[in-house]
Ligand binder design. Structure first.
Ligand SMILES: [Zn+2]
Length: 245
C-alpha cells in the first residue's frame, strides 16, 4: 500500500495516482465508554484497508478536527467552526487534485461533518478536474449488514454499531462497564434546535444501545463496509478513465 506520508518526493512523483483516500473525523465525546478519537480511528482504519485493496490508491493522513456543535458542552470535544472546516477541507482537496489525482475518496467518520463535506467536495470538484466521493461509513454502505447485526434502536452516536467497530479495531480503548443506554429516533425532518438536541436527543453524550455491540459484530460490519467502499473506489476510477479518454 502507498502511504503519502511515508513516500519520498521521487517515490511520490513515480507513484501511480489513480485515487487518493482521505479519512476525515472529529475529536469528540463518545459516551463514557469510547475514546475521544473514535471518529478518526474508524475511518482511518477503513481507509488503510481500502487503500491496500485498490490498485493505484494512495492513502492520505486523516483530518482529525471537525464540526461538533451538539456535543461541544461535554469535556473532550473540539468543535471547529463549520465554515473554517469546510474551507480547510476544500483547500486540501484542491491541493490533492493539483498533485495529479483525478479521483478522491473521502471516508468520513462523523455525522456533524456531513453538510460541510458535501459543500467542500462540490466546490473543489468544480474548481478542479477531479471526481470526489464522500462516504459516511456508518450510513452510506453495507446497510443490509448493519440491520442484520444491530437492532435499529441500538444504532447511534457511540451506539451499538460504532461501539462494535471500535471493539474490533482498538479493544484496549473501550470501557464497556461505563456504557449507558439512550435509544433515540432522530427526527426525519431537518430540525435545527439547540434545546431539542441538548435536552432531548443528547442528555448524555451518546445515543443507541451500546450493549448490543460485540467485537465479532464489529468485524463483520466493517468487512462489509470495506468491501463496498473498495467497489465504489474502483467504479470511480473506471468512470474517470472513461470520461477523460
Ligand atoms: Zn462517532
Amino acid at each position: 500500500m502507498s502511504d503519502w506520508m511515508r513516500l519520498t518526493g521521487p517515490d511520490f512523483e513515480r507513484a501511480v495516482k489513480k485515487i487518493a483516500i482521505l479519512p476525515i473525523g472529529s475529536v469528540e465525546r463518545h459516551g463514557d465508554h469510547l475514546p475521544l478519537g473514535t471518529d478518526v480511528i474508524i475511518p482511518q482504519w477503513i481507509a488503510e484497508r481500502v487503500a491496500q485493496r485498490v490498485e493505484g490508491a494512495l492513502l492520505l493522513p486523516p483530518i482529525p478536527y471537525g464540526s461538533s456543535k451538539t456535543l461541544s458542552r461535554f469535556p473532550g470535544t473540539i468543535d471547529v467552526d463549520a465554515d473554517a472546516f469546510r474551507r480547510y477541507v476544500e483547500s486540501v482537496l484542491v491541493e490533492i487534485a493539483r498533485n495529479g489525482f483525478k479521483a478522491i475518496l473521502i471516508i468520513n467518520g462523523h455525522g456533524g461533518n456531513t453538510t460541510a463535506l458535501q459543500f467542500a467536495a462540490k466546490e473543489a470538484a468544480f474548481r478542479t478536474d477531479a471526481a470526489i466521493v464522500v462516504i459516511n461509513w456508518w450510513s452510506d454502505v453495507a446497510q443490509d449488514k448493519r440491520l442484520e447485526l444491530f437492532p435499529k434502536e441500538s444504532w447511534g452516536h457511540a451506539g451499538a454499531d460504532e461501539t462494535a467497530a471500535v471493539m474490533h479495531i482498538a479493544p484496549d480503548t473501550v470501557r464497556m462497564e461505563f456504557a449507558r443506554d439512550n435509544p433515540k429516533l432522530y427526527p426525519t425532518i431537518r430540525l435545527y434546535y439547540r434545546r431539542f438536541e441538548e435536552e432531548e436527543l443528547f442528555p448524555v453524550p451518546l445515543t443507541g444501545i451500546p450493549k448490543e455491540a460485540s467485537p465479532e459484530r464489529g468485524r463483520e460490519f466493517l468487512k462489509a463496509v470495506v468491501e463496498e467502499i473498495v467497489r465504489i473506489a474502483n467504479d470511480v476510477i473506471k468512470k474517470v478513465e472513461e470520461l477523460s479518454r
